[in-house]
Design a protein around this ligand. Structure first.
Ligand code: BGP
Length: 470
């Protein structure tokens, strides 16, 4: 579809940027914070831990001032469950609540809307020791935690996100990591965890509507489109298999409150169906999202399974590198796209397609809560970071958002990953994403000073012109 004139970005478009607590805050054991699963992980050799990260916990005022200078209308961040409830449930840590209150107030002071993720990968370790998401009790622990946040911040926060990338947690658990001494969960366990997270999410969404009638809440999934490798019908089935299992099945549950039939058949075939207790489906159905948040990085290309281990990619454990599964699908190269230095497919047009598909299926407004390029940015002798590849990447994706808007898709915000440099999930600090450079190395913390990258000045112009000057 071609348009002579593209629709402009809406006037109240939420130009934002994202981070998550454990990837940016540091202060991992300060002010009463409990340990999370992330704090207890064996991180791959040569990568930084999350103990200091970007030290945003101590630098939040300086950082938010920079976000204001950048022109952000919204800042998407997550609250660390372990700062609020060090043991995951039980005693509330007032210092944790007070910290986020200061962060939210500082944002509001500058007119930046806080978009708050309840849970971004960092489950309290005390809950993990009791079985984590395998344990049904975690459902009510999550609902209780969500209630505390709604009660405290409900009058200040308009947009809430439930669980960040539940599909990454279930399908690529290796990307997030396994706590020391723990073993990789079986598929049966993962789909049980998935079910419990869905019930927990449903309860949190209902609670949000009950306690904060003016607020809106939605899930944040890692969404993408799957291309079939050839016009061979079996490739089309394989691409549809994986697009359904990786994306639609999660959103169908979050939005329609029902198990996708293809997912259910797949679970039955493998003996992985979760136990559904009375009231579970009702809780899932009653928690209705007001919008859908999507994290978009790449598309993937899929071919028919060969039916043996040659289907499986050697690069397991990465959320954007498709693994392959005998009998289901096999990842294939796409000759029409480039890749980042970390092997992630760069496909801006895939974002337009994904937005169209999500909107067509659910008819809910969409916000993009992650999109960006990880690169080993360099601080050059002139004291700058010339990240023109980041400008090119975001520019190309913004163009496709405008095409999607012109297609009729309701997109109300864009929060690229990341507002500032953060520690990558599993590839250390060298893989940078931010508009703001943080002067630290993988192990050498240097002075942690903040330096505006070239992309900072560029994004600033984009925001000031409401997307017209790119
Ligand atoms: C998403 C996660 C983020 C972030 C991003 C980049 O899947 O929600 O937490 O890390 O991917 O990934 P990585 O850090 O692995 O490069």
């Amino acid at each position: 579809m071609h348009y002579t004139n593209l629709k402009p970005f809406p006037r109240d478009f939420l130009w934002g940027a994202s981070t998550s607590a454990y990837q940016v805050e540091g202060a991992w054991n300060e002010d009463g914070k409990g340990k999370s699963v992330i704090d207890m992980m064996d991180h791959p050799e040569g990568t930084a831990g999350f103990t200091v990260a970007s030290d945003h916990y101590h630098h939040y005022k300086e950082d938010i001032k920079l976000f204001h200078e950048l022109g952000l209308k919204a800042y998407r961040f997550s609250i660390a469950w372990t700062r609020i409830l060090p043991e995951g449930s039980g005693t509330i840590n007032e210092k944790g609540l007070a910290h986020y209150e200061r962060v939210i107030d500082e944002l509001l002071h500058y007119g930046i809307e806080p978009i708050v993720t309840l849970y971004h990968f960092d489950l309290p370790y005390a809950l993990e020791e009791k079985g984590g998401w395998n344990n049904r009790e975690t459902i009510d622990d999550f609902a209780n935690y969500a209630r505390i946040l709604f009660e405290r911040f409900g009058d200040k926060v308009t947009h809430w996100l439930t669980i960040n990338e539940q599909n990454t947690l279930i399908l690529h658990p290796g990307a997030v990591g396994i706590p020391k001494g723990g073993s990789s969960p079986s598929k049966k366990e993962l789909y049980t965890q998935n079910h419990h997270m869905l019930v927990a999410q449903g309860k949190a969404m209902s609670l949000c509507h009950e306690l904060c009638p003016h607020a809106k809440i939605g899930p944040a999934l890692n969404m993408t489109s799957m291309y079939q490798a050839t016009s061979k019908p079996a490739d089309a089935i394989a691409a549809h298999n994986w697009e359904t299992l990786r994306g639609w099945s999660f959103l169908d549950l979050a939005v329609h409150g029902r198990y996708n039939r293809l997912l259910w058949s797949y679970l039955e075939e493998n003996g992985w169906t979760p136990v559904i207790e009375e009231g579970d489906l009702l809780a899932i159905q009653q928690g209705q999202p007001d919008f859908i948040a999507i994290n978009y990085y790449s598309t993937a290309t899929i071919a028919e399974s060969r039916g043996d281990s040659s289907d499986v990619s050697p690069r397991a454990g990465d959320q954007q590198i498709m693994l392959g599964e005998p009998g289901v699908y096999r990842p294939e190269e796409n000759p029409y796209v480039n890749k980042t230095k970390y092997g992630w497919v760069i496909d801006p047009v895939g974002l337009r397609l994904t937005l169209r598909k999500v909107y067509e299926r659910y008819h809910l407004p969409i916000i993009i809560t992650e999109n960006g390029i990880g690169a080993p940015d360099e601080l050059t002798e002139d004291g700058a970071i010339h990240d023109e590849y980041r400008i090119d990447f975001i520019q190309a994706h913004l163009e496709q958002i405008q095409w999607a808007l012109s297609d009729g898709v309701e997109v109300f915000g864009y929060c690229p990953w990341a507002a500032m440099d953060v520690v990558s999930t599993h590839q250390g600090y060298a893989k940078r994403y931010g508009f703001i450079y943080v002067n630290r190395g993988e192990f050498d913390l240097k002075d942690m000073s903040r330096i505006k990258k070239d992309s900072f000045y560029w994004y600033q112009r984009v925001i000031t012109s409401n997307g017209n000057e790119r």
